[in-house]
Design a protein around this ligand. Structure first.
Ligand code: ADP
Ligand code: MG
Length: 365
C-alpha cells in the first residue's frame, strides 16, 4: 500500500491547451479517491499518468517517497480496470485473471491459488472455466476487477469501470467495489463522470474541468460547500445566481442580483464571501431544497431583502419530493424542491422565493 502524490503535473498533447493543468494533490494510503468531471476534462489522462502509460509534460509523480515519474507501468505495482474491460476474448476466465501472475513468472501452484482467491472475492468462482464471450457485462467487469486485484497491487486504478452496465447493476457493483476496497485498504483512484457514483463511493473527490482542479474535498464538503459555480452546478442540482457585492460586515455579505433583488449570505472563511470587495462580482449557490416558496409575490416595488421573485413554469410531483421550475424576474431558470406537497403553487402564478439565509453559499463565478 502506498500514497500517491502529483506535484505540478501538466500534460499537453501537441499544441493544444493543456489536457491536465498543474495538478497537485496527495492521495492518502488506503484512500478511495475519485477524479470527477465531464467528458474531456482530463480524468483518464491523469489516471494514465499515475499508471505510467502517459508521461507528464511537466511535474512529478510519487508513490510514497519514491519518484516514479520515469518508471515504466509494469514496475509501478498498479492494477488497472478499464472502461471496456480489455479482457482477452480467446482465453477463459482463469487464464485472464492469471495473466498478470504469468507475466510476473509466479510459480504455477501459487498462481492457481491466487486466481481462485481472486475469483472468490468477486463471486466468480463457479465461472472459472467459462470463456469471456459466455459472460454478461457485469461478470466481465468482475473478471477485470479480479485480474487487477490478483497481483495485489499497491494502487488500484479504475477508469469508468461501470459505464457499460445498466443502472441497477451499476449501483450494486459500485457498492461491491467500495466494500472490497475497504476490506483490503487498497489505495484506489476511481474515474467517473457520474457525480452520484462519485458521492456514493469516495473518501474524497477531485472535481476537474478542462484539466483544472476546481475542488478537492469529501463528498459532503463538495455538496454543501462547493468552491466554484462549476462545482455547485455539477454536483447535485443547484441554482447559481450572480450579482454584485454591495455591502459586507463580519457576519454577512449583501449581493444585488441583475434583476434588482437583494440576497444576504453568511460569511465563511475560505470562500469569496470572506475576501471579495464591494463592487466585485460573486455567485451564490442556492440548493433547490433550501428555498421556500412563499405565496403570491408582492409588488416589485416593495420587494424585500432575501426574496426572489419568480413565475412558476412547471410543477412535478414525484412522490416524496416535488420539483417546481420557475423563471426569475431576471429571466434565469430556477428549481425548487419541496417535501410538503400539500400546498404546491399553480403554474403561471408569480411567487416569492425565500432561500434559507444560512444555506446561501458564496462561490467563485
Ligand atoms: P476524460 O477522461 O476526462 O474524458 P481525457 O483525459 O481522455 O478526458 O482527455 C482530456 C483531453 O485530452 C481531451 O481534450 C482529449 O481530446 C485530449 N486527449 C486525450 N488523449 C489524447 C491523445 N492521445 N492525443 C491527443 N489528445 C488527447
Ligand atoms: Mg476518460
Amino acid at each position: 500500500m502506498t500514497s500517491v502524490s502529483l506535484v505540478d503535473v501538466t500534460k499537453r498533447y501537441g499544441q493544444a491547451p493543456p489536457s491536465v493543468d498543474r495538478l497537485s494533490f496527495t492521495i492518502e494510503d488506503g484512500e478511495f479517491f475519485t477524479l470527477l468531471g465531464p467528458s474531456g476534462c482530463g480524468k483518464s489522462t491523469t489516471l494514465r499518468m499515475i499508471a505510467g502509460f502517459v508521461a507528464p509534460t511537466e511535474g512529478t509523480i510519487r508513490f510514497g517517497d519514491k519518484d516514479v515519474t520515469g518508471v515504466p507501468p509494469y514496475r509501478r505495482d498498479t492494477g488497472m480496470v478499464f472502461q471496456n474491460y480489455a479482457l482477452f476474448p480467446h482465453m477463459d476466465v482463469t487464464a485472464n485473471v492469471a495473466y498478470g501472475l504469468r507475466m510476473r513468472r509466479e510459480p504455477k501452484a501459487e498462481r492457481a491459488d491466487r486466481v481462485r482467491q481472486a475469483l472468490d472475492l468477486v463471486g466468480l468462482a463457479p465461472y472459472a472455466d467459462r470463456r469471456i464471450q459466455e459472460l454478461s457485462g457485469g461478470q466481465q467487469q468482475r473478471v477485470a476487477l479480479a485480474r487487477a486485484l490478483v497481483i495485489r497491487p499497491s494502487v488500484l486504478l479504475l477508469d469508468e469501470p461501470l459505464s457499460n452496465l445498466d443502472a441497477k447493476l451499476r449501483e450494486e457493483t459500485r457498492g461491491q467495489i467500495r466494500q472490497l476496497q475497504q476490506e483490503f485498504g487498497i489505495t484506489s483512484v476511481y474515474v467517473t463522470h457520474d457525480q452520484a457514483e462519485a458521492m456514493a463511493v469516495s473518501d474524497r473527490i477531485a472535481v476537474l474541468e478542462s484539466g483544472v482542479l476546481h475542488q478537492l474535498a469529501s463528498p459532503r464538503e463538495i455538496y454543501h460547500r462547493p468552491a466554484t459555480a462549476f462545482v455547485a452546478n455539477f454536483i447535485g442540482r443547484s441554482n447559481v445566481v450572480t450579482g454584485s457585492l454591495t455591502g459586507r460586515d463580519d457576519q454577512q455579505v449583501t449581493v444585488e442580483l441583475e434583476d434588482g433583488s437583494i440576497l444576504q449570505a453568511p460569511v465563511h472563511p475560505d470562500t469569496l464571501s470572506a475576501t471579495a470587495a464591494v463592487g466585485e462580482t460573486v455567485a451564490l449557490s442556492l440548493r433547490p431544497e433550501a428555498i421556500a416558496v412563499d405565496g403570491p409575490a408582492p409588488d416589485a416595488a416593495d420587494r424585500e431583502v432575501g426574496t426572489l421573485h419568480a413565475r412558476v413554469t412547471g410543477v412535478e410531483f414525484t412522490g416524496a419530493t416535488s420539483h417546481i421550475s420557475l423563471t426569475a424576474a431576471g429571466g434565469q431558470e430556477l428549481l425548487v424542491s419541496v417535501t410538503d406537497s400539500q400546498d404546491l403553487p399553480e403554474v403561471d402564478t408569480d411567487v416569492a422565493l425565500r432561500p434559507d439565509p444560512a444555506r446561501i453559499w458564496t462561490v467563485t463565478p
